[in-house]
Design a protein around this ligand. Structure first.
Ligand SMILES: NC(=O)c1ccc[n+]([C@@H]2O[C@H](COP(=O)([O-])OP(=O)(O)OC[C@H]3O[C@@H](n4cnc5c(N)ncnc54)[C@H](O)[C@@H]3O)[C@@H](O)[C@H]2O)c1
Length: 357
């Protein structure tokens, strides 16, 4: 059993549910700066071991791993502290939001011998898992191109004060999901360019940075991909357009994994068309009200992490892969600012990151 502490109990609520429902995880203690939030979660799950001091999780010898769900800008500090105290780490996306912290974390992880799993939750969602398995079986042949998107009416998110701060960007908070899909299939992206804008809804809501973005990518081998995101306006009905989706176009077939409705479709080389949904798993994935929480995906990745640790294997995305995605996000950010294509090599050099990341 992996003995877990959880930091940050907004989205960490889903992690509590995941841990308390898993035979592979033992939840030891939860932590949030805000005591009211601690009390609310303690009540909800009848789990009363809470603290408002992160140091208490760090000093607890009975905790093997800390799962971090604090606002984006705090991840680097919280991951660093966990590694310094000899804990394994699960950190939600975006892993970090500035590459200036990357080298410190990479060398600390190496020195401590502790493992880091980046919680790119969407990889652990049923349709995306099936798409990956079919791809690995060769059902669509060789990948030609990939398209990912994540569009959502996230106006409700603007009630969180940190979403209106200057350091919050939907580029990191939202696009980290489809960008992770791109790197999962095309890890060697060498150049990116894109355009973005802040919509009138976003401006009115108090957002400081782009909430509407389109990007294209070029991999070293010449293959291309694209990603888009829009976060502050209505979306299409789910049956017409799932909010998050990943489309793989291959030499022999094509597949699409949709977040909403747990939907997956594939056309194979034999010309067979199949659409699959997982009605019986809806309750695993969507446990509370609505569909904007991720307890099922978190349970999947926490159990994968527990198994990997028990077997002495690395769980992915690990710290290097997670930082690789942040390099890409930061390159996208630079392209928005300059209006020019950006080469990832420049960022690897500027931040003295090994190009093998
Ligand atoms: N699909 C996903 O993987 C997914 C979904 C939603 C959110 N997230 C991520 O989870 C993180 C948190 O988002 P959220 O929506 O829960 O935000 P939130 O504001 O609802 O919750 C964050 C919590 O962290 C607490 N906190 C802040 N600083 C702290 C500190 N120093 N020590 C202890 N607690 C502290 C706050 O009191 C708050 O309760 C973000 O990085 C976000 O991107 C991931």
């Amino acid at each position: 059993m992996l003995k877990l502490g959880i930091l940050g109990l907004g989205e960490g609520r889903s992690t509590m549910s995941a841990a308390l429902n898993s035979s592979k995880i033992e939840l030891k203690k939860i932590c949030d700066l805000n005591e009211e939030v601690c009390k609310k979660r303690a009540e909800e799950f009848n789990f009363h071991a809470y603290t408002t001091k992160y140091q208490e999780l760090l000093d607890d010898q009975d905790i093997d791993a800390i799962a971090i769900y604090t606002p984006d800008k705090l991840h680097a500090t919280h991951v660093k502290l966990a590694l310094e105290h000899g804990k394994h780490v699960v950190c939600t996306k975006p892993f970090i939001d500035d590459l200036k912290d990357a080298n410190t974390l990479l060398s600390l992880a190496k020195r401590s011998g502790k493992k880091v799993l980046v919680g790119q939750s969407s990889r652990f969602f049923e349709p995306m898992k099936r798409q990956r398995a079919d791809f690995e079986k060769g059902l669509i042949g060789e990948l030609i191109t990939i398209e990912g998107y994540y569009h959502a009416d996230h106006r409700w998110f603007l009630d969180k004060p940190w979403s209106l701060e200057n350091n919050f960007k939907w580029l990191y908070g939202g696009l980290s999901h489809p960008v992770d899909f791109i790197r999962w299939y095309l890890p060697n992206i060498e150049e990116v360019m894109g355009y973005g804008m802040l919509s009138s809804n976003g401006k009115q809501g108090g957002l400081k940075h782009e909430d509407t973005m389109h990007f294209i990518f070029k991999a070293k081998d010449g293959r291309i991909a694209r990603v888009s995101g829009a976060y502050t306006g209505p979306v299409q009905p789910v049956m017409r357009d799932s909010e998050m989706s990943c489309i793989l176009r291959g030499t022999e077939g094509c597949s699409q994994a949709d977040y909403m409705d747990l939907r997956y479709a594939i056309t194979t080389s034999a010309g067979e068309e199949q659409i699959i949904t997982w009605e019986h798993k809806l309750k695993h994935y969507f446990r509370f009200e609505g569909k904007s929480h991720h307890a099922g995906e978190y349970q999947n990745y926490l159990e994968y992490f527990a198994d990997s640790l028990a077997q002495g294997n690395t769980a992915y995305p690990d710290i290097a892969e997670g930082i690789g995605t942040v390099v890409l996000l930061q390159a996208m950010d630079r392209s928005l600012k300059t209006g020019q294509p950006v080469k990832l090599r420049d960022l690897y050099e500027e931040y003295s990151l090994g190009i093998s990341l």
